[in-house]
Design a protein. Structure first.
Length: 234
């Protein structure tokens, strides 16, 4: 579904990604693991069209998307649930969700999709007419995921969905991600909670200093000595 081939990217004169290659197959959960500053967010932003690759190619379902603007990438079915949620704080939850359905293919059936999303997030249903900035951090994260689903994507990318959340809410977030996979979505996940994310991942990549240093199944990476020492403290 997604192929990132020898991609380098960065900001200004600084190159953050150095020849990154990953792939994601339909129906998979693939996770990107690494320390802060390893390039995980930059990779997702480059796939999403927020950063242009300096070299290499990015293809989604066989189409080159490396040159596309972010809104065109969304139109093809790729959605990013960003780090720190990035809701519109002074708009209602309902309007934040409607904005998620802005892509052309998502506008038809928008109300039906809203009903499906609210079945997945009953707490969000209770908050529809509240301003987004009045919600707790966990509630805002659920709204951010729900907004992503409103775009009716085929590939959902998550950037640190558990960041700053209480352990009970983190558990709920991962349960929701597994439910999303059950709905037929494909997931690319960047997450600081290495144990939990590798536990649900089909495959994973370890990034260090902007390069892939390990790639294996989620189960194998959980047992890998380097991963256990560097990221699990074992």
């Amino acid at each position: 579904m997604l192929l990132v081939d020898d991609v380098s990217a960065g900001y200004g004169e600084v190159t953050v990604l150095h020849g990154i290659s990953i792939d994601v197959q339909p129906g998979e959960v693939v996770t990107i693991v690494g320390a802060n500053g390893a390039g995980k967010t930059t990779l997702l932003r480059t796939i999403a069209g927020l950063i242009r690759p300096r070299s290499g190619t990015i293809t989604f379902e066989g189409r080159d998307i490396g040159h596309l603007a972010a809104h065109d990438t969304v139109d093809l079915g790729v959605t990013l649930v960003p780090e720190a949620r990035q809701l519109f704080p002074f708009m209602t939850v309902r309007d934040n969700l409607y904005l998620g359905a802005f892509r052309k293919d998502a506008r038809d059936g928008m109300e039906k999709r809203l009903g499906e999303v609210l079945e997945l997030f009953p707490r969000v249903r209770e908050r529809l007419d509240q301003l987004a900035n009045s919600l707790s951090g966990g509630e805002q994260q659920m709204v951010a995921i729900a907004r992503g689903l409103m775009a009716n994507p085929r590939l959902m990318m998550f950037d640190e969905p558990s960041l700053g959340l209480a352990p009970m809410i983190v558990k709920q977030v991962f349960e929701v991600i597994e439910e999303i996979v059950g709905m037929g979505k494909t997931v690319l996940l960047v997450e600081q909670n290495v144990f939990q994310t590798l536990s649900i991942a089909d495959r994973g990549y370890v990034l260090e200093n902007g390069a892939v240093v390990l790639a294996d199944t989620g189960a194998a990476l959980l047992k890998n000595d380097h991963v256990r020492r560097a990221y699990l403290g074992i």
